[in-house]
Design a protein around this ligand. Structure first.
Ligand code: ADQ
Length: 460
């Protein structure tokens, strides 16, 4: 069996409870087989200090996983991470061309850091290692590794959506990004729609030909594609839900909101998550279904994210003002419609919060998958489960058909679906929950990593 080498922008200590979808999933795949995890240390070195700026790779062995990390210079961090990854690729891949800043210095920094990763990783590789690269920060990594002689099998998984060809083509460097993707042996996407977008894009922009099922040929290389929808560790999450912290949280929320109907949103504060639209829909609910006044409470947790990118600052101000206005207009002395909390919730307590809620609002404008939707299902009491209101534009909607699917741009339609979720009879809630639970168990995180890695391993 080959050794697994995982490369992602950030690494975390694999022995600790990881927060964040990618970290949980990567930790799971590595702990099963052992291996090497390579990425940025999260540290920025001082370029004026000769000693530190020449620093190499930090290597640490933690259980059966070796962590290897590099530091970045301030300039590389700003151009690669803030500028290109989060200022160009993130908005464009979420269909937000209006928020992208196509400064050519960002592209140069992105390429430089991918070259740095390739240079530092190559000496650590063994000939039969199998390499799994994660996400939009590292699209050109395989091409950079190949350019310096790496012949290993390399797979790539895109955690975010693949946009339609005309949107992708707005990126000035899109041809280079496309060519870079063909340096991989396997490229995995969250959903079938992403595979279709990529296929159309490669056919129209690179004259790619289909040479087999899910196989494209261009740039003298054959690339295998596939949809590998990421899942959660259902058993781990169920046991977290039964843990002390989650039970305490559940009891606290149930006591505090015994007379209320609790609705919940848990997100990073990100413009892709549709938070202002969600507040508008909740406001519409109070306006059109007055029985919810003095009764329904929306707890919206939005953890701080990418605060040095301007669009995130604007969103923060917008949310402060929308939540303030709804509380001012509808609140009573003893009831506030929205509790908006700009903070992270500890992972061990999260299942208690999910379980105490009657309805979860997962309404992104576009999302690769969205694991909150799956965690909410896993945390429910099967005998009296809460209901999921899910955006049709989340990758999760391809699988979670028994949720109430909504178009988050349609304020009235979303408010109507929330009302339906709040008043759904117990039998229907149980049936839908059982079907959803079956789906998240069938395609859990173990299925995700083993099906991707088995395909990569078996490519001739
Ligand atoms: P994210 O955009 O970060 O991930 P998501 O999948 O919704 O989005 O959440 C990841 C994790 O973060 C979940 O485990 C969730 O519990 C946790 N989380 C989010 N907000 C939190 C908060 N306020 N407090 C505590 N925990 C919080 C990207 C893609 C997604 C894709 C994942 C995995 O954008 O579409 O599902 O990668 O592939």
């Amino acid at each position: 069996m080959s050794r697994l080498v995982v490369v992602s922008n950030r690494t975390v200590d694999p022995r600790k409870t990881a927060a964040g979808g990618l970290a949980v999933a990567v930790r799971e795949s590595l702990q099963r087989t052992g291996g090497l995890w390579f990425g940025w240390s999260g540290k920025i070195y001082d370029e004026s200090d000769e000693m530190t700026s020449r620093r190499g790779v930090h290597v640490q062995t933690l259980g059966n996983v070796t962590l290897a990390t590099v530091d970045l210079s301030q300039q590389d961090h700003d151009n690669y991470y803030l500028g290109y990854a989060n200022g160009v690729l993130w908005p464009v891949f979420h269909y937000r061309l209006d928020l992208a800043d196509f400064d050519t210095r960002f592209a140069a920094g992105y390429r430089r850091v991918n070259q740095l990763f390739a240079e530092k990783l190559l000496p650590l590789l063994r000939p039969d290692d199998i390499i799994w690269v994660h996400d939009y920060h590292l699209i050109p990594l395989a091409a950079e590794l190949r350019a310096i002689g790496c012949g290993n099998r390399i797979g790539f998984f895109l955690h975010i959506p693949m946009p339609p060809p005309m949107i992708m083509a707005a990126i000035p460097e899109h041809e280079w990004l496309m060519r870079s993707l063909f340096a991989y042996d396997l490229v995995g996407f969250q959903g079938q729609i992403d595979v279709e977008h990529f296929t159309h894009y490669a056919e129209s922009e690179a004259n790619a030909r289909q040479v087999g099922p899910q196989q494209l040929r261009a740039f003298n290389r054959t690339l295998r594609l596939g949809a590998y929808p990421i899942g959660i560790d259902v058993e781990e999450f169920v046991s977290l839900a039964n843990g002390k912290e989650a039970r305490e949280m559940f009891t606290r929320m149930r006591d505090e909101y015994s007379r209320r109907r609790l609705l919940l949103g848990v997100d990073r504060l990100d413009y892709s998550k549709g938070l202002p639209q969600r507040i508008h829909a909740f406001r519409e609910l109070l306006a059109h279904y007055p029985e919810n006044r003095d009764s329904a409470t929306l707890i919206q947790i939005a953890s701080p994210s990418r605060e040095s990118v301007a669009a995130y600052d604007d969103l923060r101000r917008q949310m402060d003002s929308l939540c303030g206005a709804i509380n001012g207009d509808y609140g009573e002395l003893d009831w506030m419609p929205v509790r908006y909390i700009h903070r992270h919730v500890a992972r061990k307590r999260l299942p208690g919060l999910y379980r105490a809620s009657k309805v979860a609002l997962v309404t992104p404008l576009r999302d690769g998958m969205n694991l909150v939707a799956k965690e909410f299902i896993a945390a429910q009491d099967p005998s009296d489960p809460g209901m999921l209101v899910l955006s049709r534009f989340a990758g999760a909607a391809e699988q979670l058909k028994e949720a109430l699917l909504v178009n988050p741009y349609d304020t009235q339609g979303t408010a109507h679906a929330i009302q339906r979720a709040l008043t759904m009879p117990l039998d229907e809630r149980r049936n839908r929950h059982a079907a959803l639970m079956k789906r998240i168990r069938e395609h859990d995180v173990h299925w995700w990593s083993s099906s991707f890695l088995d395909t990569l391993q078996d490519i001739p």
